[in-house]
Structures are given as structure tokens and as C-alpha cells.
Design a protein around this ligand. Structure first.
Ligand SMILES: [Zn+2]
Length: 406
């Protein structure tokens, strides 16, 4: 006999538990704490007596809360300010020009608004990039779970110690101010913005602490060109920042294999963007490490590069694909559902179940958030309703919308 006080009973056209096949006209019973008590199909439901619990009936798909595995909450104040489709080098240059024109108060208000938007969009956990402390106070009082990636830049070897020590100070501040949301790793920004020495320092420390790692990967074609031939727009951008590339030698390979050798093989590593990753890169890195996850941020890729990853080459990695929104500097909103629509509209390699798994369980696996990601009994994953769905074809429509139910 189930104790039914303060329980919620929710039904919809489809329930996608992720841990098992979708249930047509399924039912989900949740306790006052958001914990999954049971999941029933129509036949099982008809045998139970839930008379004293009001039934919440919805049209559409019910799925667990979303995990946003790549965001930069601290850049929220740059919404609609960076011009679109100018390529990564152009984006970074434009970003540098407008970065210091806002007050602390404006930056904080934008962070709080963006965080509320994520909550309303059914996001329950976020892997968030931090360059500074501006997001810490919001995280301290947030209902969303955050993992903080303290991100380092520094292309000059002789500055590695200084840059790393600054990150240690930032981590102290995070631990003091972000309450329950103070979990963190110190990570490299990207292959083209971190020196070999800094890479090694970060890699050694992540290895020693067993930390998860995240790195921007192959977001632009010229990231590969830099490592192959020390030319292209990223090389020009580095020179325009006044960096001296005389001592830096290209590896002759693509960017990702050139730098992954500095990172430990046994730590979970999230490669973010992968817009210009090819089949050989995937094969290489999966031979190098068995701990690789991939994050797609398609709407940011369209915003910055007007390009998308070749999704077809990832079709055998369905358990290792996650979704990120990137920041409001490079996206119109922080919505996992909008990212899924873009993937669905540009490839037919993924079913609705695959897409929802990328948005939920896979991210939860990467961050090791055991309570999140699926409707297994005892978990507290959050409950989302996706309405206005094509229920016959099980496809998202442009007008499909998200509502957080739990
Ligand atoms: Zn990013």
C-alpha cells in the first residue's frame, strides 16, 4: 500500500522515462519531495486505486528535467550585443570590445534573469563556465544544481604559474560564497588559448583530484588550421592580441589530438561544440581515452559560425552526447528544447528518445548526478512537459514549448 498524502499523479500522451522505452498514455506518481514513486502504463494504472489523488492530465510528452552541460551564465549581460555569423575570431574580437562597458549591477541582474529563464525552461543542472566571480552569489541561492568550470586562458608558457594561482584564489572564493553549488574543476578554455605548460599544469591537477574536465573543441575551422600550419584567422587573432608565436610550433595535426595528449586519459572529459570535428578525430580520441563525452551547442554554432557539426558521425555515440546552450552572448535564449529542435531539423539520425537522452541522462552521467536524468524509482530528476509536439511522428515542431511541472 502506497502512502499517498501530498503525492502528485501526472499523465500525458507519452512519458519518456529515458531509463526505459517511452510509455504511451503513461502515469507517473511523485511524492511531495519530487521523488519518483512509480511509473505505470495504462493496464497497471487501471489495477491501482488512486482515488484520493487528483489526476493532472496533459497533452504532449513528459520527460525528466534537462541538464545544460555548457553555459556561461556570467556573459548573460551581452545578450543581443555581439553581431552574428562573423566567425569565431570575429566573435571574440567583438566580445573583447564591449566586455567592460557594463556595471556590476547590470551584470548581476542579467545573470539572475538568465538563471530564472533556465529554471522556467526545465533545466535542473548546469555545467557553467566561470572566468570571474559574478555568478557565485546567484548560484548560492539557486534551485538549479551547478557544476563550475573555472576556465583558464594563457598562450604564453611563462605566465602559466601566475594564471593557475589566480584560479586557485577564485576557487577559494567560490567555496566560500556559492553554498551548495561550489563544486568545481579548473579547466583549459580551448586548444588555441592555452600554452603547453598551462595545459600540463591543469591536466596534472585534474588527474590528482579526479576532476571532470571540459574544453571548447573545434568550434571553428581555423582552429585546426592553426595547429596544422600556423596560419588562418585564429593565428591572426592571436597575433593581433600581441602574442608572440615565434617559439610556437604547429603539430601538423588537428587541434584536438594536438592538445588532448596533455590531459589525463582517466578523467571524464567533455568536448564542447565539435563543429569541425571529423571521423578521424573521433576515432583518435576514443582510442586515446574511454572517458570522452561530447556536447552540442547548435544554436550558438549558428550564431557565431553559421555552421553545425556533422551529426551523422556521432550516431554511434548516443550515450555520450550532451546538450549545452552556451551563453546569451551567442544565443537568443537558454533553452535545451530549442537546441533539440535545431538538431532534429538538421539530421534524422536521432529519434525523440535519443534527443531527450542527450538532454537528460547523458549529462547527468557526465556530472555523476545520480538523482537526475531519468524517471527511475527513488530519483528526483524534475518533470518537464513538452507541448505542441507532432505525436504521430514523435517530432518536435517549431511551436513546441516547455513547461516545468516539478
Ligand atoms: Zn562556451
Amino acid at each position: 500500500m502506497i502512502q499517498t498524502d501530498f503525492m502528485r499523479l501526472i499523465t500525458a500522451d507519452y512519458i519518456f522515462p529515458i531509463s526505459e522505452d517511452p510509455i504511451n498514455n503513461g502515469y507517473i506518481l511523485i511524492n511531495h519531495d519530487g521523488e519518483i514513486v512509480s511509473l505505470l502504463n495504462e493496464a497497471e494504472f487501471s489495477k491501482e486505486n488512486f482515488e484520493n489523488i487528483p489526476l493532472e492530465k496533459h497533452h504532449g510528452i513528459i520527460c525528466p528535467g534537462f541538464v545544460n552541460s555548457h553555459c556561461h551564465l556570467e556573459l548573460s549581460y551581452l545578450k543581443n550585443l555581439v553581431p552574428q555569423k562573423k566567425g569565431l575570431a570575429g566573435f571574440v574580437r567583438d566580445l573583447q570590445k564591449i566586455r567592460n562597458q557594463h556595471s556590476e549591477k547590470e551584470i548581476l541582474l542579467a545573470i539572475e534573469k538568465a538563471e530564472q529563464q533556465m529554471y522556467d525552461n526545465g533545466i535542473v543542472a548546469v555545467g557553467d563556465i566561470c572566468n570571474g566571480n559574478s555568478s557565485f552569489s546567484t548560484k548560492a541561492k539557486s534551485k538549479i544544481k551547478y557544476y563550475n568550470f573555472l576556465e583558464l586562458f594563457g598562450f604564453e608558457n611563462d605566465k602559466a604559474d601566475e594564471i593557475y594561482n589566480r584560479a586557485l584564489l577564485l576557487s577559494d572564493e567560490l567555496v566560500k560564497t556559492a553554498g551548495l553549488n561550489a563544486d568545481y574543476s579548473i579547466i583549459p578554455h580551448s586548444p588555441y588559448s592555452v600554452s603547453d605548460k598551462l595545459f600540463k599544469k591543469i591536466g596534472e591537477s585534474c588527474y590528482a583530484k579526479g576532476n571532470i574536465i571540459s574544453i571548447h573543441n573545434q568550434e571553428t575551422k581555423d582552429e585546426n588550421t592553426l595547429f596544422k600550419s600556423k596560419s588562418g584567422e585564429i593565428a591572426q587573432m592571436l597575433l593581433s592580441f600581441g602574442l608572440n608565436l615565434d617559439q610556437w610550433n604547429p603539430s601538423g595535426f588537428n587541434s584536438m589530438p594536438s592538445v588532448m595528449v596533455h590531459l589525463p586519459k582517466c578523467n571524464k572529459t567533455l568536448l564542447v561544440h565539435n563543429t569541425f570535428t571529423n571521423k578521424e578525430d573521433i576515432e583518435w580520441v576514443n582510442n586515446y581515452s574511454k572517458m570522452i563525452w561530447w556536447c552540442f551547442c547548435p544554436n550558438a554554432n549558428l550564431y557565431i559560425e553559421n555552421a553545425l557539426p556533422d551529426f551523422s558521425i556521432f550516431k554511434n555515440l548516443k550515450n555520450r552526447l550532451t546538450i549545452g546552450t552556451d551563453s546569451l552572448a551567442s544565443n537568443h535564449n537558454l533553452s535545451i528544447l530549442e537546441e533539440l529542435k535545431t538538431i532534429q531539423n538538421n539530421t534524422n539520425f536521432f529519434s525523440m528518445d535519443d534527443l531527450l537522452k542527450m538532454a537528460t541522462q547523458n549529462g547527468a552521467d557526465f556530472f555523476d548526478y545520480k538523482e537526475l536524468g531519468s524517471f527511475e524509482k527513488g530519483k528526483k530528476p524534475g518533470v518537464n512537459l513538452i507541448s505542441n509536439v507532432d505525436l504521430k511522428g514523435l517530432k518536435l515542431r517549431p511551436e513546441s514549448a516547455i513547461k516545468k511541472l516539478v
